[in-house]
Design a binder for this molecule. Structure first.
Ligand SMILES: *Cc1c(COP(=O)(O)O)cnc(C)c1O
Length: 493
């Protein structure tokens, strides 16, 4: 059976169900599989299979303490009737790349791919482990995770969900989506700070053992829906394998030929899933990591020095406005040859100095990645050109990825076919998108949605249709220092 352990050396080995319930290890490390399983099928036998077949097989290979029936039920519940595209993940050619459209779920961002299934994996895990606690999901969000997690967990029996998002750090549509979320078990707080403040606040609450004991006395246990939870990460591997099979099916490559994968990156979860797909044996040649102006990862992948001591920019791709990328810890663990001592010391340095440098032997392994970034002007230009040349509409995050991909091709001459992870509906960032395709400037995003739809004919996600007029159910704004009290207030009697 697969075993999961902490990146920072805690010796306990857990089955996946237990790791999913816990979210974060007691030594603050992240749970990682001790070994990455090989692809459980030959791609050529799968090209005509639906997305759900890929999800079942890949998730089943990692979470092998679940029965086949349990995994099948989770996949069925997650992806039946919750996605607007029949294929779930359409793969479309536009310009010089193939776009893996991951945003056709309930909240119109790729977070739905994993957060549609996490509640089922978690509640199944609780049953399997005969855990009688109520599970409270604590979530920091840069805009998309929060809504997708709420949509997944709303009114799920035995769970509560609490979301913290940065005040003034999310798009108007994202904020409206969160403030109008229904569900008796849903709690939403806007914090006076940025995403990193929210993420640090949540991690601090997780690590507060006195608080955990208080919650435990009332039968409550905290867990996470952020990509620090392995249950969030593994379902994301499936779409890279599916995307590859689609390229074979569409005749872009023959089975076994290499592809490159480009991912607009913030917390490093999505691109880590692509790395896992490669480790499973999927022929991915180069992983192209695209950042916005908060280019801490670009600098890290190019130098081996991670330095979060820098100015934080609010950009038009807010879901990537992040300076401390949690999942990088998992990559470092694997690149170090599972050296948890090394990882613990690097993460200690990150805590105290907001900076670390990896050893030379690890630096060499970073060449698997290419890293680049796009500023706001380049992002807008990328959206505009793509629309003008190909009549294809990208959101701001996907546009960051496309810009970096073009830069990669110019710099390296590498013509290997590429998949681009397309992470959000253009309507989620309608104000930027409208301006980029030459529509008049307009502050209200809902007017921009209408204008973009009229200009392009691209269908508006149905969950957006009455969004503007829905009643506001959550309007709390709190300080970072009040986050723990907010959790206590929501949960403790
Ligand atoms: C979360 C998000 C990203 C970044 O993904 P990570 O897994 O955090 O790197 C990119 N684009 C969009 C639209 C997102 O919501």
């Amino acid at each position: 059976m697969m075993k999961y352990r902490s990146t920072r050396g805690d010796r306990q080995e857990l089955a996946s169900a237990d790791a999913i319930i816990r979210g974060l290890a007691p030594d603050r490390g992240l749970y990682v599989p001790e070994e990455i399983p090989a692809l459980p099928f030959a791609v050529k036998d799968m090209v005509d299979e639906p997305y759900t077949a890929f999800a079942k097989n890949i998730i089943g290979a990692f979470f092998d303490d679940y029965t086949e029936e349990e995994i099948s039920a989770c996949v069925k519940n997650a992806y039946t009737g919750t996605f607007e595209a029949e294929e779930i993940v359409p793969v479309r050619k536009a310009g010089d790349a193939w776009f893996l459209e991951l945003y056709h779920g309930r909240t119109a961002a790729f977070k739905d791919m994993a957060l549609s299934i996490l509640p089922y994996l978690l509640t199944t895990a609780v049953k399997k482990e005969q855990d009688s606690h109520e599970i409270c999901i604590l979530t920091a969000t840069s805009g998309d995770t929060g809504k997708a997690a709420m949509a997944g967990f709303a009114d799920v029996p035995g769970t509560q969900i609490i979301v913290f998002y940065p005040n003034n750090g999310v798009s108007q549509v994202q904020e409206q989506q969160m403030r109008t979320q229904e569900g008796r078990n849903v709690h939403v707080f806007s914090i006076e700070g940025n995403f990193d403040d929210a993420q640090t606040g949540v991690k601090t609450i997780f690590n507060d053992s006195d608080f955990a004991a208080k919650l435990d006395a009332q039968g409550i246990r905290l867990s996470s829906a952020n990509s620090i939870n392995i249950g969030r990460l593994v379902p994301q591997i499936a779409y890279y394998v599916y995307g590859y099979a689609q390229l074979v099916k569409q005749g872009a490559i023959r089975d076994g030929e290499p592809v490159n994968v480009t991912v607009p990156t913030g917390n490093f979860g999505n691109i880590l899933a692509a790395y896992y797909a490669k480790q499973m044996g999927l022929p991915i040649q180069r992983l192209i990591c695209a950042s916005n102006q908060n280019q801490v990862l670009t600098d890290f992948l190019n130098t081996g020095i991670y330095d979060a001591n820098r100015k934080f920019y609010q950009t038009n791709s807010p879901s990537m406005d992040i300076l401390v990328s949690s999942n990088l810890e998992r990559l470092l663990y694997h690149l170090s040859g599972n050296d948890s001592k090394e990882i613990a010391s690097l993460m200690q340095a990150l805590d105290t100095d907001r900076k670390y440098e990896i050893p030379d032997a690890m630096k060499e392994k970073l060449s698997l990645f290419y890293a680049g970034s796009a500023d706001m002007k380049e992002t807008d230009a990328s959206i505009g050109e793509m629309y003008k040349d190909n009549h294809y509409l990208m959101d701001t995050h996907t546009a960051v990825a496309y810009h970096v991909y073009e830069q990669y091709r110019r710099e390296t001459g590498d013509q290997t076919p590429a998949l681009i992870a397309s992470t959000a509906s253009p309507y989620k960032f309608a104000a930027s998108v409208a301006e980029s395709i030459g529509l008049p400037k307009e502050k209200n995003s809902f007017r921009c949605i209408d204008a973009v739809a009229e200009e392009t004919g691209v269908p508006i996600p149905s969950s957006f249709k009455d969004l503007e007029s829905r009643p506001i159910l959550h309007d709390h704004v709190i300080k970072v220092s009040e986050m723990k009290d907010a959790v206590a207030g929501a949960l403790l009697k």
